[in-house]
Design a protein around this ligand. Structure first.
Ligand SMILES: C[S@@+](CC[C@H](N)C(=O)[O-])C[C@H]1O[C@@H](n2cnc3c(N)ncnc32)[C@H](O)[C@@H]1O
Length: 290
């Protein structure tokens, strides 16, 4: 979501307000999926990954939670899937409905937050959260996963995309330091004083420690290697991951990157370890086991 402009620090993360999503709803589809204004259509590669997965998946009911403008919804409706799409932003729901009707498809849309999914009084075989969980704070996360469980059948598949913690090290700015401190050193089981000393040394390598390359970094980051463990605590078993939104130069040189080179990388590298450092985002596939 490069185009969002909400200045929150990665180490002081809280959920984004609905008004923010309302304000970007009209431009979201063109910017994130269609490469408008020369932007890299990063999310279209996620739709490609999802489309490949659903081609081989047994038919069932799908919930597209935090559906935004409904790109994944339309991909699924056009292949005959039964999809319910919800979002807490009324404007996103309105745009999603309109774009779906324009394509001659008929979907089920409702305004609903992740925190109230159980009010749908329904169960789904697949729950998709594309680009939504990064905007749920750590405090809200257990409650949201409880809601996801309540609308999932036993054995349901959870598909969720996230921002990759390791990609953020690339920019080497204030965000990289925050990611190293909170995502890596704090989890390394080091003594507090030793971790603080290490963090100080990392910070000292920056010419301007307060400099921010990526001004719009507003989302919660996930460690793709540790995500499986987190899912387990919520009763889900991860069975696949795929990376998307590849870069071959650090973020600050984004404009100088050739989009064709990037899209070739998407297809070749999405399930390789290169994604760990070169892709900004990843999709996780898991099954409800508890
Ligand atoms: C980055 S957009 C992703 C939209 C869409 N899933 C996609 O991948 O194109 C995030 C979406 O999540 C929605 N969202 C964020 N927090 C939410 C919440 N707590 N409940 C429901 N929707 C939420 C926003 O309104 C926005 O439409």
């Amino acid at each position: 979501m490069n185009q969002l402009n909400c200045h929150q620090m990665a180490d002081d993360f809280s959920s984004t307000p609905v008004e923010l999503w309302d304000s970007v709803a009209e431009e979201y589809q063109a910017k994130s999926y269609e490469g408008q204004e020369g932007l890299y259509p990063a999310n279209s590669f996620r739709t490609e990954i999802l489309s490949e997965y659903f081609k081989a998946a047994p038919k069932g009911k799908i919930l597209d939670a935090g559906c935004g403008t409904g790109d994944a919804t339309r991909m699924l409706l056009s292949s005959g899937w039964d999809v319910t799409s919800v979002d807490y932003s009324p404007k996103m729901v309105e745009v999603a409905k309109r774009l779906t009707e324009e394509k001659g498809l008929s979907g089920k849309f409702a305004q609903c937050s992740l925190q109230q999914l159980s009010s749908l009084n329904d169960k789904f075989d697949y729950v998709m959260l594309n680009g939504v969980l990064p905007y749920i704070s750590l405090e809200e996360e257990p409650g949201v996963f409880e809601q996801i469980r309540q609308v999932s059948t036993h054995g349901a598949c959870l598909i969720a995309s996230h921002y990759n913690l390791f990609f953020d090290l690339f920019g080497y700015d204030r965000w990289s330091v925050a990611a190293i401190k909170t995502g890596i050193l704090e989890d390394a089981g080091l003594d507090k004083t030793i971790a603080a000393k290490a963090a100080e040394k990392v910070t000292s390598l920056l010419a301007s420690p307060e400099h921010v390359v990526d001004k719009e970094r507003t989302m919660k980051l996930e460690d793709p290697l540790a995500y499986r463990q987190k899912l387990k605590t919520y009763g889900f078993e991860e069975f696949d991951q795929a990376y998307y939104n590849f870069f071959y130069m650090p973020y600050r040189f984004e404009a100088e990157q050739d989009q064709q080179v990037r899209s070739d990388m998407e297809r070749r590298l999405r399930r390789t370890s290169s994604g760990l450092l070169l892709a900004r985002t990843f999709v996780s596939f898991s099954k409800r086991v508890a």
